[in-house]
Design a protein around this ligand. Structure first.
Ligand SMILES: [Zn+2]
Length: 111
């Protein structure tokens, strides 16, 4: 099998995997716990009593970075969609590399 043939096969697999992704949410979630500013709060002595966890979802909207807090429930719901987005980007990047292999092999790209 030539490079171009195996690249085309892999592209077909990628297309199939992409078509099975129903939705994709951009951005990432940071999970934080923290010790507060109150000197006598229990959070300073016991790591189990730290405040939080707080789930902050960050994404780009145009050129701005937008952050929103999520409830633990919505974090659990949205987590797979964030994962889908990450996976799609990976697959699209791989497809782009493979496209260069195919077109290069077929003489469609400048050397
Ligand atoms: Zn505290």
């Amino acid at each position: 099998m030539t490079d171009s043939e195996s690249a085309r096969r892999r592209i077909a697999e990628i297309t199939e995997e992409l078509s099975a992704i129903p939705m994709a949410l951009p951005g990432s979630v940071t999970i934080r716990t923290y010790a507060c500013g109150k000197a006598y709060c229990a959070c300073h002595k016991d790591p189990a009593k730290l405040h939080g966890p707080y789930y902050s979802w960050t994404r780009k909207v145009g050129k701005k970075t937008v952050t929103k807090l999520l409830s633990p429930e919505s974090y659990e719901k949205l987590k797979p969609l964030l994962e889908n987005h990450r996976r799609m980007r990976e697959l699209v990047a791989e497809m782009a590399e493979l496209t260069i292999v195919v077109l290069g092999d077929e003489g469609e790209l400048p050397a």
